[in-house]
Design a binder for this molecule. Structure first.
Ligand code: NOJ
Ligand code: CA
Ligand code: CA
Length: 723
């Protein structure tokens, strides 16, 4: 009996249960600015503390203990993730007339800011949140440390030991021959004044000391810092300012973190409107490194509900936006944030609160994971001003409001209706003030209807079964008869109708994360998975770690492919699922600078791209042009790999034209200079590298242990029977 118990425990350890990791799309995020939430420990409030809460640029006392104390309140809203503002140790001085109460001026990525608490407090927060079905997402800031020319001048510490500051670093800095950037721990290239090209990633963002992530020490320091949060139980990270870092470095950084467990990492790519000059869509669509906050559509939503605007136009804008993403449901929608004016602080309308309710409900029903900014539920506004820092007033707790009820109701529905979590997006009808959209995921359906104008009767074609449907928010009725749906819509109404039926056959809704390398665990979420079956990734069977009808945990196999995207397919009960796409990396990668000497190939073109025969290079990557005569990019490349790339020309938006130039690379260091000839040791054209050293078995002794235990058990039983 004891042996059986031991085997059971080993099995549990070896194979984490599904449900052990959250499915982000089925949840709602609650965003908290820690300093402004709740003061749970008055002994950590100073210095730079304003007990009166008048000076918005000082600390107001909020901390991790205060957040933990209020978890029941947060849980009462039905949310399942809390995004906390940056927790790392910030500078101990004022800069630009402000204390770093917001947490974005880090000086030590291994420590917790003393105003907010300790690692012990963080762990307690994680554990207490977990008891309430909530996990913690930490805001992490790897682009920059703190102001270079004020405060502590970019001072940087490694768990208490001073490493450098911006001035000291200048003395050690040298010019990188490939990028032309003066660098050491930091980049020394002045402030960003051209918001594109090299400056965007290699200069200081508003004077903040910009990290040189390709410096191996910086790379591992920033990774270790992030890992501390993961090891202490965070389920994800919100990465600050991703627009200002090399995509290839982010890919490598994320993959290293994902090797811990399936995490939810999303980025802040700040761009207020989806202008075509921005590289946002191509950047993410091609690589799909990370979900992002849906910043570009937020202004359209606020304008349409808080001011004036047509719902028909909005529906087209949103449809266009979502169509650019492979996984629109993994992006994040929000109405308010710490960077933008709160809706209720901005809207100038008599019916602003009603419109706020509508806009809130909309962000919770559109494709994407909803983020509720602290105090949205209690109509928190500031009388002292509007934008940053006034969008960060002290929290007012009230979960009995209509806004709180909307949040709670839709968060609950999201857990049971997969059309909210994974559904598609189709406008059924739209005019200036009335809009109906449908979302479908297999046997789960959702119809959202709203009217911001005079009372109207909506009659639309809808292929739902005949019957009377009750809206989840207000109990309004919709009658469906012979494919026609009719619903009465008073002014400022917002209704959500839904169907949940049994899903027959497997249907994949999401992968978490959707980027992976061999040996990494990914969580497949969806419906109709039954109790067992088979998963293939790129045609290769994946090791199943656990399985239930809505979630499967698998280990990504190694495959000999040069493709960027692999098909993920679930088979169960003789049925085969839809195909989900996994961004595949062959593994064992290091962030490498790939360079092309412009004179070598006699090129003087503006928009050059490379596309190569490794998974890592199989999506086109744009090259930057340096002042030193090179074109370059960064990509995670497997050590020891030989590869070839083709050159292309073209804009971010539009067709790429092959230039008929083939170049070769060999990864023997973190700088790969492309050449016209294949690497000398090569006898044949470069093959995709699939020699993965860190396969699951090699890394994880548990399967061996388990096999040994099973053998031992069998031997014992035989021995006992014989005896
Ligand atoms: C974006 C953050 O959201 C903002 O609050 C911060 O000041 C900047 N990044 C710089 O870290
Ligand atoms: Ca405090
Ligand atoms: Ca940068």
């Amino acid at each position: 009996m004891r042996l059986v118990k031991v085997i059971f425990i080993v099995l549990l350890l070896a194979f984490p249960a599904v449900g052990a990791y959250p499915v982000p799309e089925r949840g709602v995020v609650y965003q908290v600015m820690v300093d402004r939430f709740y003061d749970g420990n008055q002994s950590n409030n100073g210095p730079f503390y304003d007990p009166e809460h008048r000076n918005y640029r000082l600390y107001w006392g909020g901390d991790l203990e205060g957040l933990t104390e209020n978890l029941d309140y947060i849980a009462s809203l039905g949310v399942s993730m809390i995004w906390v503002s940056p927790l790392n140790d910030n500078i101990n001085k004022m800069a630009h007339g402000s204390a770093p109460y917001h947490g974005y001026w880090t000086r030590d990525y291994k420590r917790i800011e003393e105003h907010f608490g300790t690692w012990k407090d963080f762990l307690k927060l994680v554990e207490e949140a977990k008891k309430r079905g909530i996990c913690i997402i930490v805001d992490y800031v790897p682009n920059h440390s703190n102001p270079a020319m004020d405060g502590e001048f970019g001072s940087l510490y490694d768990n208490g030991t001073k490493i450098t500051d911006y001035f000291e670093d200048t003395k050690n800095a040298s010019v990188n021959p490939i990028t032309g950037i003066r660098e050491e721990v930091y980049h020394h290239n002045g402030n960003i004044f051209i918001w594109s090209g090299i400056q965007l990633k290699y200069a200081n963002l508003y004077g903040l000391a910009d990290f040189n992530q390709l410096n191996p020490w910086v790379d591992s320091y920033l990774t270790e810092g992030a890992r501390l949060f993961i090891e202490n139980g965070a389920c994800g990270l919100r990465i600050d300012a991703v627009k200002h870092m090399e995509l290839g470095w982010l890919e490598s950084f994320y993959l290293r973190l994902y090797s811990e467990r399936p995490l939810f990492i999303y980025g802040e790519y700040y761009t207020p409107s989806p202008g075509k000059s921005d590289d946002l869509y191509e950047f993410y669509r091609y690589s799909n490194v990370s979900p992002v906050l849906n910043i570009p559509i937020r202004a359209d939503i606020v304008k349409t509900f808080g001011f004036v605007g047509s719902l028909e136009t909005l529906s087209a804008q949103l449809g266009d936006y979502y169509s650019r993403f492979l996984y629109p449901n993994k992006q994040l929608n929000f109405l308010d944030s710490h960077d933008l004016i709160r809706f209720l602080n901005g809207a100038r309308r008599e019916d602003a609160v009603e419109r706020f309710h509508m806009a809130l409900a909309l962000t919770m029903t559109l494709p994407g994971i909803p983020v509720i900014y602290y105090g949205d539920e209690s109509y928190l506004v500031s009388r002292d001003g509007k934008g940053d820092p006034y969008n960060r007033p002290m929290m007012v707790f009230n979960n009995t409001t209509e806004a709180a009820r909307i949040i709670r109701t839709l968060a609950k529905l999201r857990k049971t209706n997969d059309a909210l979590a994974f559904g598609d997006f189709r406008t059924v009808y739209a005019n200036y003030s009335v809009w109906a959209f449908e979302r479908t995921f297999g046997a789960h359906r959702l119809l959202v209807v709203m009217n911001k104008g005079s009372p109207a009767e909506l009659s639309i074609n809808l292929d739902w079964p005949d019957g009377t449907y009750a809206d989840v928010l207000y109990g309004a009725e919709m009658v469906v008869e012979n494919g026609k749906a009719t619903v009465e819509l008073p002014r400022n109404s917002f209704y959500v109708f839904h169907i949940e039926r049994e899903q027959e056959g497997p249907l994949i809704g999401s992968l978490t994360p959707y980027t992976a390398r061999p040996g990494q665990e990914i969580l497949i979420a969806g419906a109709g998975f039954g109790s067992g079956g088979r998963v293939t990734i790129g045609g290769v069977e994946a090791r199943v770690l656990s399985w239930n009808s809505t979630e499967i945990l698998v280990e990504v196999p190694s495959t000999k492919t040069g493709k960027a995207w692999l098909d993920v397919v679930v088979e169960t009960g003789g049925k085969v699922s839809n195909v989900a796409k996994l961004r595949y990396y062959s593994g064992n990668g290091v962030p490498a600078l790939i360079a092309l000497n412009a004179s070598l190939v006699n090129l003087s073109r503006a928009n050059l791209w490379i596309k190569g025969n490794l998974s890592e290079l199989a999506e086109p990557r744009p090259l930057l042009k340096s002042s030193t005569g090179y074109y370059f990019t960064v990509a995670p490349l497997p050590k020891g790999a030989s590869f070839s790339v083709e050159l292309y020309e073209g804009p971010y938006w539009g067709e790429l034209r092959p230039l008929g130039v083939k170049l070769y690379g060999f990864v023997n260091s973190t700088v790969v200079v492309l050449r016209e000839e294949p690497h000398a040791t090569e006898t044949a054209p470069a093959m995709p590298t699939t020699t993965v050293v860190q396969g699951p078995i090699g890394e994880n002794p548990l399967p061996y242990l388990l096999a040994a235990l099973l053998l031992l058990g069998a031997a014992l039983i035989i021995w006992k029977k014989r005896g």
